[in-house]
Write a protein that binds this ligand. Structure first.
Ligand code: MN3
Length: 191
């Protein structure tokens, strides 16, 4: 069975950047629904199987493939997303800082490109930074791991992630989100 882990911090602790009500609904309703749907369609799998299942969707019977892609992707992405944030953010430093500076010229240069990718993602989806420092946007609950890549950072740009506080202002949500990025966790995914 797949299960919904608790948030690694209090739902109100990302305020004012991400509000408590959004966090509660996003985690307790949206993420929980992906888990529930995933258990209905893949009752015999466990948490540790999820990444492998998503990397090899073609091995699944065709009639459940889309449901696993959407709900398994939703569970996988959100489980990562909660850990990619932390109250007050954490410092970008060391090897990842050097790599970002070398690839994008500066942290600001990287943030501009990543933010623009998130703003430009039409409809619901995500913006990602891969282990190769590529910026990739995906629709729905897709993740670059479906194409054999590894992700180190991701941002949910579905309206449910920001609408209560930011309404239609996705750019403002993204700008605020940088304040809570858990760079320590992101850097740990480089290894
Ligand atoms: Mn979401």
């Amino acid at each position: 069975m797949f299960s919904l882990s608790d948030l690694p911090y209090a739902a109100n602790s990302l305020e004012p950047h991400i509000d408590a009500q959004t966090m509660e609904i996003h985690h307790g309703k949206h993420h929980a629904t992906y888990v529930k749907n995933l258990n209905e369609v893949l009752p015999d799998k466990e948490e540790k199987d999820l990444e492998d299942v998503l990397r090899h969707l073609d091995k699944l019977p065709e009639e459940i493939r889309t449901k696993v892609r959407n709900n398994g992707g939703g569970h996988f992405n959100h489980s990562l997303f909660w850990q990619m944030m932390t109250p007050g953010g954490s410092k970008l430093e060391g090897q990842l800082l050097d790599a970002i500076n070398s690839k994008f010229g500066s942290v600001e240069g990287f943030q501009e490109k990543f933010s623009a990718g998130g703003i430009g993602r039409f409809g619901s989806g995500w913006i990602w930074l891969t282990g190769e420092l590529e910026i990739i946007d995906t629709p729905n609950q897709d993740n670059p791991i479906l194409d054999g890549k590894n992700v180190i950072l991701g941002l949910d740009v579905w309206e449910h992630a920001y609408y209560l506080r930011y309404q239609n202002r996705r750019a403002d949500y993204i700008a605020a989100w940088w304040n809570v990025v858990n760079w320590k966790f992101v850097a740990s995914r480089l290894d």
